[in-house]
Design a protein around this ligand. Structure first.
Ligand code: FAD
Length: 470
């Protein structure tokens, strides 16, 4: 009997649940990736993620060939290609790992139905998170709405069973020889162009390996360094977690073991991995929150709109708000497709609470720019910042962008990296370059602040007044 393994957000051979189960259960296993027109056609031609995906597929194909198989890559609609391939290859089953995004669930339901029409089955597995769906629930049987109790329940439940790996190599003899596998296409073959810097994340699972090795040298300092964008503190593994070019079980196993050995850095890092699971289960239980406020009363807020709001939004996107830390952060995003977590919080707060703009505008901009864009985490982060989310920052807590700058980039190192026009200012002046003298008089070509923080703060408290007492 024959099976297909359909790769989606699990672009690796190592420790892959669907691949493992297929190899154990079927005699011949074909490996497939679909460059899905449904997804690709909505993207700009120079979207960096397409380049990342093609590189990851190349590594996946190399690894499968090393084990005696190969990757079949198709460019078309998944709902045509998967049933067609299953029929052509005479496969009775399609194995895949869960993708719980609402659109993906719809797509998978349709494909399962199409496969059913010729008695083939779709079998799916958990692979992207440690706990999903209804696996961690409160004593009353409901979903958790607050992170800390969720985390405690997560830590109580986790054990070697949930962190075990799904070996592939030892079952590899079931990989089908596919002489017709056409190789991975080039960007231009599918109508895309190179989209700028992505070298920092590396190529597919090999890139993940290099980043992990580097991070494990400094994981014990994660708790102390993670908040300072100029310092190499975090792991930079988010893009790999998003595309499954690294196994979450492997990362959680390492962190959990180190935590049990008393390592505080690893404990704090594990907590971030648990936030990832937390937002993933929020998406499962509250799909409405993917397009509206998690707390519906926040949908009563009236955001700024019209030409002035559009100008403020453009200035934010392009890193010309006149607030150096905000601008440096947005330029980091535009240039590299990555933004440090502290800065995601600062820039999201600035958009909603200093500019008074709808969080969905910021969410959409991040979704277009981030290499690691993930619907559940991005939506969770934005709704945290806009105070409308599950276990969010209270609305009256408003980051002061200058104070954040002083606290987390005290010497202005990060600002100087992305705003070189401010490089000559001293460490104190760099956080608020307008404060000492008009910028023209200082000979600095940099915008004046587009809003006054103190005024914006008052306005935000009034704006959010509509949710008070609800
Ligand atoms: P590390 O500090 O090394 O953390 C390890 C991993 O834990 C990350 O790779 C990520 O998978 C997970 N993680 C860490 N923090 C969070 C968090 N708050 N929520 C969920 N998972 C987390 N993360 C994304 O992966 N994709 C997004 O689209 C995304 N959008 C965000 C938008 C906003 C407004 C905010 C405030 C946060 C967002 N995050 C997002 C979470 C976080 O900023 C990134 O995961 C992190 O900066 C990635 O860098 P790293 O891999 O070096 O993180």
């Amino acid at each position: 009997d024959r099976a297909l393994v359909w790769f989606r957000r699990d672009l690796r051979v190592d420790d892959n649940a669907a691949l493992h189960h297929a190899l154990k259960r079927a005699k011949q296993v074909f490996c497939i990736f679909v460059l899905d027109r449904d997804i690709l056609e909505a993207l700009p031609r120079e979207d960096r993620r397409v380049q990342f995906i093609l590189e990851a597929l190349q590594v996946l194909d190399d690894d499968l060939r090393r084990l005696g198989g190969a990757l079949i890559v198709r460019h078309g609609f998944a709902s045509d290609e998967i049933p067609r391939l299953a029929a052509e290859l005479g496969a009775q089953a399609v194995f895949a790992n869960h993708d719980d995004e609402p659109q993906a669930l719809k797509r998978d339901a349709l494909i399962a139905e199409l496969l059913g029409s010729f008695n083939a089955k779709m079998q799916t597995f958990k692979d992207h998170v440690i706990f999903e769906r209804r696996e961690v629930m409160t004593a009353a049987g409901g979903p958790y709405g607050v992170f800390t109790p969720y985390k405690n329940a997560w830590l109580k439940k986790v054990d070697a069973f949930y962190l075990r790996s799904y070996p592939v190599e030892r079952h590899a003899k079931a990989l089908a020889k596919t002489p017709s596998a056409n190789g991975v296409p080039q960007l231009s073959d599918i109508g895309f162009k190179p989209g700028g810097l992505i070298a920092h994340v590396g190529k597919g699972s090999r890139g993940a390996e290099a980043l992990l090795d580097d991070f494990l040298e400094r994981i014990q300092d994660y708790d102390k360094k993670r908040n300072f964008p100029a310092v190499k503190g975090p792991s930079y593994l988010s893009t790999h977690l998003r595309f499954g070019t690294v196994s979450i079980r492997r990362l959680a196993r390492i962190a959990h073991e180190m935590m049990q050995g008393g390592d505080h850095g690893a404990e704090v890092w594990l907590s971030e991995l648990i936030w990832r699971d937390f937002y993933h289960q929020v998406m499962h239980h509250h799909p409405h929150a993917m397009s509206a406020a998690f707390r519906p009363e926040y949908d009563a807020i009236v955001w700024e709109a019209g030409p002035r709001a559009d100008r403020l939004f453009d200035a934010w996107c392009e890193g010309r708000t006149g607030y150096p830390l905000v601008d440096a952060a947005m330029r980091q995003l535009n240039q590299t497709g990555y933004m440090h977590n502290r800065l995601r919080m600062v820039t999201a707060s600035f958009l909603t609470k200093d500019l008074g703009l709808d969080w969905r505008r910021g969410e959409a901009y991040f979704a277009a720019q981030l290499l690691d864009f993930d619907l559940a985490a991005n939506n969770g982060g934005w709704q945290w910042a806009s105070s409308s989310g599950c276990d969010a920052q209270p609305y009256f807590r408003i980051f002061n962008p200058t104070a954040q700058s002083d606290k987390f980039d005290g010497q202005g190192k990060f600002i100087r990296r992305y705003c070189p026009e401010l490089a000559s200012l001293d460490d104190r002046a760099i956080h608020a370059p307008w404060a000492r003298a008009p910028l023209e008089m200082q000979g600095i070509d940099y915008p004046k602040p587009i809003v006054d923080h103190a005024e914006a703060r008052e306005q935000t408290l009034r704006r959010y007044g509509v949710v008070k007492g609800k």
